[in-house]
Design a protein around this ligand. Structure first.
Ligand code: ADP
Length: 718
């Protein structure tokens, strides 16, 4: 009897291929193997093993790689991810296998570290190597790069008795976190929540808890206790955070609590740190991983807990390649591996709240901030009634509040989720608006850099002096505010105040970000004007006032979650105010003071808002009461995209309980030169929408350069 094996390659293929297992080789599911595909020999993963049909000619596996196999749970999770999100299984495997070198043990090299008693009379360069070259032990080239010298200096220090050379792995293992260090002394409410969470972990089976606590209530301190419990059980822990919360300050909190730097994972990482984290996770040695959404696809052999912090955050949705929502997939991973999952937020998604209310998730609530600190009170400013001066954006009541705050020597923050100076540049002479060259998007004026930029594609050009259309000189005029313009206006009103802009354009490298946050924390900034960069997790003890420049910004457009998003963002923004011993205050400028999201915010009545939103969603059959999917059809020629979309729509399988909307042009009708059309599919809850979409998708293969993308449970309606 000949054994065969189904091998999946990390390329865009829907399923594994069959191979013969040659005599003398034995393989099991999860093994890494080399096998021929086309004219190449490629590394793939054994998906399953069976008996070959007699008489079938199969290519043979060439070699089994000596590496730890992927676990059965992980294979199951990958299959689940692919079928739920209607993506190719090979592409899902690619999310796991991006680092072939991580499959090998770390090479042993010469590393250098300071001796216990370095001689006193060292040259300045050698002293710098000791002072700035760490963390040690490290390679001579790393130490030299960090301290700004040549590697020869480092090597020369061995003879001088200032450094010692040791043999060690290039990628050092992570320090082991210590669950027995003492955390902050918890309040009664926090202790109860922490005990509940720890008990969920101790059960050792699949369960989900929604940790629902107002901003600043100590959710992090509380879920640390769940982390502790899993670490004590010898298990690995994954804490997912939104990408922009992966700052040094954020990681330091873990280090302070557990005495060891966690393994950090995010999309901007270099090859070497990526390889290190992957290998250490796969070997089960990295016990605590803090990462952005793709960390969910690391090969943990012994996962005991996943925490999804800020579970409502839209950055958990991956919008390119395999489109998936890491928050939802975290729950699936917990279910497959049989462990606890904690979703934490001050503003949980309606889906999670619905699951908590219906008893599917345990609901653990932290209703207040520790100590005597109260939540900020929130007021609305009706812009129809309180108009800013002509050409300005800050209304008199908002300016009045800032002025009072500055008078008390406290800090103010002005929030506007718009980078740059002005979101639109218009020609006063001919009325033309500056547009991105190959994308349906207006160019944004950036005064600081003197450029006009497309925020969708990153295209930018120097700000022109003449209108590109009518050639009129000096006729281009900024329309509307961005953070730079708000800062300019604040300077006009408060010339003595120290004002800084904080957005992804001005943030700079991690060290500069940390320095700016520190200046804010220490009170060296009076008014911080910021985008969503300022919303996440920072604690500014002297910040007592938050002004929202445009409360209506998120409400426009066809997104059914617009109200929910606006509510969540504004609660988080307002929650920055009044964290220490001073009460906070927030004002929201709006043209729609009657909008239910804003009314509920001002009334501090979340239950009212959630009740209304859920009722509305139920009536319209929207999630969590119905299911949604989107299809984006894109390609280089408009007419072909349109006819492809229409053809695809005609092929929709007929099923009870499914309604198809469109096709129509997407709001962003052209992106990087590709035209875009789309369809929406709304289904009743009992419909298996993934299977439906998979059947449909299989009916039409788009011509090359054209794409049909399926988005299950879309978050993005552009
Ligand atoms: P959340 O995640 O709910 O916004 P955090 O866990 O970040 O809240 O806590 C907010 C701030 O309050 C942090 O600086 C935290 O260290 C502090 N804090 C929370 N609970 C306590 C406590 N029991 N004792 C002392 N400080 C606390």
């Amino acid at each position: 009897m000949i054994q065969n094996a189904q091998i999946l390659f990390p390329v865009n293929v829907p399923a594994p291929f069959d191979y013969a297992v040659p005599a003398g080789i034995s393989v099991s599911a999860g093994d890494f193997v080399f096998a021929p595909i086309g004219k190449q020999i490629k590394l793939g993963v054994v998906w399953s093993v069976g008996q070959a049909e007699a008489g079938r000619e199969l290519k043979e596996i060439v070699q089994v790689k000596a590496a730890k196999p992927l676990s059965g749970d992980l294979l199951k999770f990958l299959s689940w991810t692919a079928s739920y999100n209607v993506g190719s299984l090979g592409q899902v495997l690619r999310m796991v296998m991006r680092n072939y070198k991580a499959l090998d043990p770390s090479p042993i090299v010469t590393l250098y570290m300071p001796t216990e008693n370095p001689p006193k009379n060292l040259t300045p360069a050698r002293r710098a190597a000791l002072r700035e070259g760490g963390p040690f032990p490290a390679r001579a080239s790393e130490i030299a790069a960090r301290a700004g010298m040549s590697p020869g200096v480092v090597k020369g220090m061995v003879k001088a008795g200032a450094m010692q050379a040791i043999e060690g792995p290039v990628d050092a293992p992570f320090d082991i976190p210590n669950p027995d260090l003492l955390g902050k002394e918890l309040t009664t409410a926090q202790s109860e929540a922490a005990l509940d969470l720890a008990a969920q972990v101790r059960r050792g089976d699949f369960n989900v808890s929604l940790l629902d606590g107002v901003t600043g209530s100590g959710k992090t301190e509380v879920y640390f206790e769940a982390v502790t419990e899993a670490l004590r059980r010898g298990q690995q822990v994954l804490v997912l955070v939104p990408e922009i919360a992966l700052t040094q300050a954020g990681l330091s909190r873990f280090k302070d609590r557990f005495g060891a730097e966690p393994a950090a994972w995010h999309s901007q990482m270099g090859e070497a740190p990526r390889r290190r984290v992957w290998r250490e996770v796969a070997q089960g040695r990295a016990k605590l991983v803090v990462g952005a959404r793709s960390a969910l696809y690391l090969p943990f052999p012994n996962l005991g807990l996943i925490v999804v912090d800020e579970e409502h955050d839209t950055s958990y949705k991956q919008e390119e390649g395999i489109i998936y929502n890491a928050r939802d997939m975290a729950v699936v991973r917990g279910k497959i591996s049989g462990h606890a999952v904690v979703l934490a937020s001050a503003t949980p998604s309606l889906e999670s709240l619905h699951n908590a209310r219906s008893g599917k998730f345990a609901h653990i609530v932290l209703p207040e901030r520790p100590g005597a600190i109260t939540l900020p009170d929130i007021g609305l400013i009706d812009l129809k009634e309180h108009q800013p001066e002509k050409g300005d954006f800050l209304s008199p009541p908002l300016l009045q509040s800032v002025s009072e705050v500055l008078g008390r020597r406290e800090q103010a923050m002005l929030y506007l989720n718009r980078r740059g100076y002005a979101p639109l540049i218009i020609c006063r002479s001919c009325g033309e608006k500056l547009k991105s060259p190959d994308t349906d998007s207006w160019l944004v004026q950036h005064k600081r850099t003197g450029r006009a930029m497309c925020h969708l594609t990153g295209f930018s050009m120097p700000m022109p002096r003449r209108c590109p259309e009518c050639e009129a000189e000096d006729s281009l005029t900024p329309v509307g505010p961005g953070v730079e313009r708000v800062a300019e206006e604040a300077m006009k009103h408060f010339p003595d105040a120290k004002i800084e802009v904080f957005s992804s354009d001005t943030a700079g490298n991690p060290a500069e970000i940390a320095a700016r946050l520190k200046r804010m924390e220490e009170g060296q900034i009076d008014i911080l004007v910021g985008t969503q960069m300022v919303v996440k997790g920072h604690n500014f003890p002297k910040l007592t006032f938050v002004g929202v420049v445009d409360g209506d910004l998120g409400l426009a457009g066809g997104d059914p979650r617009a109200g929910e998003r606006t509510y969540q963002t504004l609660v988080q923004v307002a929650g920055r105010a009044g964290r220490a011993d001073k009460p906070g205050h927030a004002l929201i400028q709006t043209h729609q003071p009657e909008h239910e999201a804003l009314v509920a915010l001002a009334a501090g009545d979340r239950d009212m808002f959630i009740g209304m939103e859920l009722a509305m969603r139920e009536m319209l059959g929207l999630p969590p009461f119905g299911r949604l999917a989107a299809v984006i059809i894109s390609g280089p020629e408009l007419a072909k995209v349109k006819s492809l979309a229409e053809k695809f729509a005609r092929l929709a399988p007929r099923t009870e309980g499914v309604e198809i909307l469109g096709p129509s042009e997407a709001p962003i009708g052209r992106l990087r030169g590709c035209f875009r059309w789309r369809l929406f599919i709304q289904a009743e809850p009992q419909v298996n929408l993934s299977r439906y979409m998979a059947v449909w998708k299989a009916k039409l293969r788009p011509p090359s350069k054209y794409k049909i993308q399926i988005d299950i449970d879309p978050q993005n309606f552009m």
